[in-house]
Design a protein around this ligand. Structure first.
Ligand code: HEC
Length: 125
């Protein structure tokens, strides 16, 4: 009788332990992990593809005589606005990037989303 009581006491802990054990299996599909992976890939793309014009740290740069803003401006872009900019070169406010952003047309939809994910948390301070 005594040992049964004891068992009942630890049962919830055992169940919890079993659940926690399975957590890593669920890991890759957990939203937080997906976001972190997307952001990491987005960072790699941004710092290679965008840095030539927007500056080494994406803090702003220039191409020819045209100033390119810090990519902190993209933080408030929705994914749809960001997609439009990267595929047409026309910014949210209708300003054209004058053909300078044609290289970004080569990004897949997934990679555009990855870069967007990264820039949502990008801070140039
Ligand atoms: C070959 C140069 C070049 C590359 C590479 C480039 N851009 Fe740009 N980008 C520009 C120019 C030029 C502008 C417009 C500057 C202006 O006239 O205001 C611009 C503007 C922008 C803006 C500002 C839009 C606004 O709201 O004003 C964002 C955001 C942006 N680029 C994102 C990116 C991202 C993300 C990448 C990489 C995936 C990238 N750019 C790669 C040249 C470039």
């Amino acid at each position: 009788m005594r040992s049964m009581k004891h068992l009942a006491g630890i049962l919830p802990a055992l169940v919890l332990a079993a659940c926690l054990d399975q957590a890593p299996e669920n890991g890759p599909t957990a939203p937080m992990e997906v976001a972190a992976l997307a952001s990491a890939r987005g960072a790699a793309i941004a710092h290679s593809m965008c840095a030539s014009c927007h500056g080494a740290d994406l803090k702003g740069g220039a191409v020819d005589d045209v100033e390119c803003p810090s990519l902190v401006v993209a933080r408030s872009y929705s994914l749809a606005e960001f997609d439009a900019l990267l595929t047409t070169g026309v910014a949210r406010d209708g300003i054209s990037t004058n053909g300078y952003m044609t290289v970004t047309h080569t990004l897949s939809p997934t990679d555009r989303a990855n870069v967007h994910q990264y820039l949502k948390t990008y801070d140039d301070q």
